[in-house]
Design a protein. Structure first.
Length: 480
């Protein structure tokens, strides 16, 4: 009965006209920016985060969620029409979606992506609403030791699922942890690593880090790229499926929704892991796996449903435990903190007719579009605290992000380390104080020990040659 009352209260707040309006605006703006090649959900949210500061906390979170889902969906348009995923989770959609577009079935591919995303989003939202409250009650039993161990598990999960070299991923996490130390010591109240710069006494802003590493860096990288982007079609004749296509697609949508809802809960997982897992599953259950990569509609329906379901359920660890499991959720932590919302258990006590507009947007010259985005990003950063230092800081992280691209270092683990670092330090110190300096407290508490064992198993498994080789092959397939 309490669950029904909580659901009724939540839907009552979300369904108010003003919050529905902000959800619509967030979804439209997120899709508008996310449909641009090379700009995925992380960069989109990072760039648009300042636009929510003037809103009420609930409206701001609803708008950010709309931006996230809109950007996640927008990536499918570029994957299908341009063979360019804006986000890793959309990479597998290129394999069959682009081939369908080349065969004159762009409308069917776009419709499959939209309908699969909508269905998966609805089902996984219900899953979030029903599962989050019981999990939040469990989370209330967590102590500092459990939280610290959980954050260690999340950071190791981010390393395991990061692109490229494991050593580089570990280095990025460590760099993020170090950047998170800049500011005021939580115990003594003294400034540390500020180097005499008054603006750094309160720490480095998460918006500057995220917008610089993801927004500015990706835009600059795309501007200097001379890769030819060929739009397959500028006119989509039909946006519906034939009976045969629908018959082939709906089982994949169901499987993708179920798999994505589960994989979205894993540390370091979310939409990316869900889409890769769904594509592999569809190839396994298909009667003719050779069709995949040549325009199989299941290769669009499954992954697109899975990545949206995974995107939804990735909110569960954030809302119930206060732990972000990927870069987008790390940005959400920053947004909630800015709006004076403490992430954790206390928090719980898409549009087909616009396809033509997105296609027109893809025809705007990049040399005009991207500088305009950079300008509005700089204005948004400045309006946070009316300080030019914030703009300079964002530009510095943008230059650092471009360097990371050149070195093939993925910045997502850095952002997770930056956000989780201060939280992990605080819980580590609190656990040590409560145990009077006894480090075995992390091993004597069952939940803490279980999470540390899981973290150790992840490290051991990824060190195995066979698994490491399969990991590298999976990411190589996404980049082709």
């Amino acid at each position: 009965m309490d669950l029904i009352n909580h659901l009724a209260l939540g839907f009552g707040v979300a369904m108010t006209p003003i919050n529905l309006l902000w959800a619509l605006i967030g979804a439209l703006v997120g899709t508008l920016i996310g449909v641009l090649p090379g700009i995925g959900p992380v960069a989109t949210i990072a760039m648009l985060l300042p636009t929510t500061y003037a809103l009420q906390p609930v409206s701001a979170l609803i708008m950010l969620a709309g931006i996230y889902y809109g950007a996640q969906y927008g990536g499918s348009t570029t994957s299908i029409l341009l063979n360019m995923p804006g986000e890793t989770s959309s990479a597998v959609t290129c394999l069959d979606g682009y081939q369908m577009a080349r065969q004159g079935q762009a409308g069917a591919a776009l419709a499959t992506a939209a309908l699969g995303s909508f269905f998966a989003g609805c089902i996984s939202t219900i899953f979030v609403a029903t599962v989050a409250i019981p999990l939040s009650e469990l989370a209330l039993k967590f102590g500092p030791a459990e939280y610290c161990s959980l954050m260690i598990l999340g950071l190791i999960g981010a390393v395991v699922l990061a692109h490229g070299s494991l050593l580089k991923a570990i280095a990025m996490v460590v760099l993020g942890l170090l950047l998170g130390l800049v500011g005021t010591d939580v115990n003594s109240g003294t400034a540390r690593f500020a180097f005499g710069i008054p603006e750094l006494i309160d720490g480095i802003g998460v918006v500057s880090v995220a917008m610089g590493l993801f927004g500015f860096a990706e835009i600059i990288t795309n501007l200097e790229s001379d890769e030819k982007r060929e739009l397959v079609t500028s006119k989509v004749s039909t946006l519906w499926l034939t009976k045969e296509q629908f018959r082939q697609a709906w089982p994949a949508v169901l499987r993708g929704t179920g798999l994505g809802s589960i994989l979205g809960l894993l540390p370091g997982g979310g939409a990316m892991l869900a889409s890769f897992g769904s594509y592999a599953l569809e190839k396994k259950v298909a009667k003719d796996p050779s069709r995949f990569g040549k325009g199989a509609i299941q290769g669009v329906a499954g992954p697109e449903s899975a990545n949206n379901a995974g995107a939804q359920t990735s909110f569960i660890p954030l809302l119930t435990l206060g732990i972000p499991e990927n870069a987008v959720m790390a940005l959400m932590v920053g947004a909630m903190t800015i709006h004076n919302i403490q992430p954790g258990p206390q928090v719980m006590t898409s549009n087909l007719p616009l396809i033509g507009m997105w296609i027109k947007l893809l025809q705007v010259p990049y040399r005009v579009l991207y500088p305009a985005i950079l300008l509005f990003c700089a204005i948004g950063v400045y309006t946070i605290s009316n300080a030019s230092f914030d703009v300079s800081q964002t530009a510095a992280f943008g230059a650092l992000g471009v360097l990371f691209v050149k070195l093939e270092c993925e910045p997502a683990p850095l952002l997770l380390g930056f956000v989780l670092g201060p939280m992990m330090e605080e819980n580590l110190r609190r656990a040590m104080l409560l145990s009077r300096g006894d480090p075995t407290v992390f091993l004597t508490r069952p939940l803490s020990l279980a999470m540390l064992i899981a973290a150790a198993l992840l490290l051991v498994l990824i060190a195995a040659p066979n698994l490491r080789r399969k990991r590298e092959e999976a990411f190589a397939e996404a980049e082709t």
